[in-house]
Write a protein that binds this ligand. Structure first.
Ligand code: MG
Length: 158
């Protein structure tokens, strides 16, 4: 039996914060504001898995009021949800994702992101990450923030 879920996330870019995407720190001037490290890719993937499980959303599992997840690594949050899927009897069959970011070019970081995400117990062989700009339009185009989408297909563990 298969289950599918969609995830979206966006965070504001501000000076003085680290930019962490897919668990990889990217050396730029502005980073992502958030209760955790603000990793939009991990949050989109996390929400897509929660959606596939029919277990609400990321805010329900990681509320801003919960100090346990303050400045948390989003890879740890993702791992928590992957373990929840495992307990429910599901594993990732395929995850596709898109990061929307004006700059820097993210292609050089893709393999490191997959390696970092595999620490959340998602095999690298079942993840695809894409990146695109927003052609200068909207909040991404003005470099006010970043966004990411993800779709997760879960299958019953054999
Ligand atoms: Mg988020």
């Amino acid at each position: 039996m298969m289950r599918i879920g969609i995830g979206f996330d966006s965070h504001r870019l501000v000076p003085g914060r680290r930019l962490v995407l897919g668990g990889v720190e990217i050396p730029v001037v502005k980073g992502l504001l958030g209760h955790s490290d603000g990793d939009v890719l991990c949050h989109a993937i996390t929400d897509s898995i929660i959606g596939a499980l029919g277990m609400g959303d990321i805010g329900k599992h990681f509320p801003d009021s919960d100090l346990r997840w303050k400045d948390a690594s989003s890879i740890e949050m993702l791992r928590h949800i992957v373990e929840m899927a495992d307990t429910a009897g599901y594993e990732a069959a395929w995850i596709d994702s898109v990061i929307i970011s004006e700059r820097p070019k993210l292609a050089p970081y893709m393999e490191s992101m997959k390696a970092a995400i595999s620490k959340a117990k998602i095999p690298q062989e079942v993840i695809n990450i894409k990146a695109k700009t927003n052609e200068g339009m909207g909040f991404v185009g003005r470099e006010e923030g970043l966004a990411a989408y993800a779709v997760s297909l879960l299958k019953r563990k054999s």
